[in-house]
Design a protein around this ligand. Structure first.
Ligand SMILES: O=C(CO)[C@H](O)[C@H](O)COP(=O)(O)O
Length: 231
């Protein structure tokens, strides 16, 4: 089935590729929007050659970028990242993000944390006033995952379930599992993120807050900037 937001993702990818002007070291996240960006970037660079080194937050993005002739290096070989480009699953009015729909949240955070600036690309279906009735991805250690899930449920903020694919659990590029926490309302994202991080077995949550981030949104026709968040 075709993604109804396909055109918005393509528009964002094309638009973002043209913004990569004075960037030498680019971090890329993962997901279908980032994939559209990688495609557009490779095409744009054929027209306007420029020196560019890329570091990727997932094997899938790395593979795609390499196949399109882009130069990809591991994050740990770099001193810094000029700009990170990534997608998100949800964005609130304050620019807080929920990420991890593609199970790459841990590496995505590390790329974003290394970057001077971040550009987030989202289709307009993902923009909401506040996080209500959302699914928050949480990366957990496989060992004792059932007990970690119980601790997450014991917090009383939502219902946690192990993300599965076919017969088995989804396993991230770092060998972690993903617990999805269905939550009715995230009143204070920062507090919830820290509460969850304190739970034994939790590695990271999909709440991305307070990074110097510009969020760009598209409905497939135009691209516009979401409320500014301090970059
Ligand atoms: O956080 C992510 C992966 O971990 C992605 O950025 C997020 O899931 C958005 O994906 P898509 O662009 O396919 O909608």
């Amino acid at each position: 089935m075709e993604d109804p937001w396909h055109r918005a993702k393509e528009a964002l990818g094309r638009w973002a590729a043209q913004q990569i002007q004075d960037v030498r070291i680019l971090g890329i996240g993962s997901g279908s929007t980032v994939s559209a960006f990688i495609q557009a970037l490779a095409r744009y660079r054929q027209e306007v050659p420029m020196p560019l080194t890329i570091t990727a937050a997932s094997h899938a993005s790395e593979e795609q970028a390499r196949q399109l002739g882009l130069d990809v290096v591991p994050l740990e070989s770099l001193e810094h990242v000029d700009l990170a480009v990534d997608g998100a699953d949800a964005v609130d009015a304050h620019g807080a993000l929920i990420k991890g729909g593609g199970a790459a949240l841990v590496r995505e955070r590390l790329v974003i944390a290394a970057a001077r600036h971040t550009m987030i690309l989202v289709d307009s279906s993902k923009v909401m006033n506040a996080f209500k009735r959302v699914r928050l991805p949480i990366a957990i250690i496989p060992f004792g995952w059932r007990q970690t899930l119980s601790r997450l449920n014991g917090l009383g903020v939502g219902t946690a379930s192990l993300r599965r694919k076919g017969e088995g659990p989804v396993v991230t590029d770092d060998g972690l599992y993903i617990a999805d926490l269905a939550i009715g309302n995230i009143a204070v994202p920062d507090m919830l993120h820290h509460e969850l991080k304190r739970i034994d077995g939790v590695v990271d949550t999909g709440l991305f807050l307070d990074y110097p981030t510009a969020i760009w949104v598209s409905d497939g026709l135009t691209v516009w900037r979401h409320n500014e968040t301090g970059d």
